[in-house]
Write a protein that binds this ligand. Structure first.
Ligand code: ADP
Ligand code: MG
Length: 142
């Protein structure tokens, strides 16, 4: 399996609940390494740029408001098959549909406040990583 990088964001709800450590533990226990971190508080405009792919969808404005409602922890995860592995650990977008034991099943309250973001492809991972990080911010173990 290829070694990949992917972007994870611990969203404002999960940062506010103080479960950052529990979420990172799940990544590390499943073979992903945190190679860059940034705790930041996005403006609504910045959240809008990050989620530009969803512009025009009915949930876009609420999504931008929620993502700018408090601090988020952006991280780059690295490991074998990191993109799909992160999505598996996250669980389904709607926590009601998320498999037991996933991050969203355990920590998400709703489809809006769903604890984590994860890149959905290697191509989007590269774009999303560059939104938050410069190459010099990333420190690979490999
Ligand atoms: P994911 O975060 O699982 O990749 P999407 O990329 O489809 O999901 O959507 C981005 C975010 O927008 C979701 O995590 C969720 O917070 C929000 N969202 C998606 N679909 C809906 C919806 N139908 N109603 C409300 N919020 C939604
Ligand atoms: Mg997505």
């Amino acid at each position: 399996m290829p070694v990949q990088r992917t972007l994870s964001i611990i969203k404002p709800d999960a940062v506010g609940k103080n479960v950052v450590g529990d979420i990172i533990r799940r990544f590390e226990e499943n073979g992903l390494s945190v190679i860059g971190t940034r705790l930041t508080h996005l403006s609504a405009a910045e959240a809008g740029r990050f989620y530009a792919v969803h512009e025009g969808r009915p949930f876009y404005n609420d999504l931008c408001a929620f993502m700018s409602s408090g601090p988020v922890l952006a991280m780059v995860l690295e490991g074998q098959n990191a993109v799909v592995l992160n999505r598996q650990l996250m669980g389904a977008t709607n926590p009601k549909e998320a498999e037991a034991g996933t991050i969203r099943a355990d920590h998400a309250d709703s489809i809006d406040a769903n604890a984590v973001h994860g890149s959905d492809s290697e191509e989007n991972a590269a774009i999303e990583i560059s939104f938050f990080f410069a190459a010099l911010d990333l420190h690979s173990r490999g």
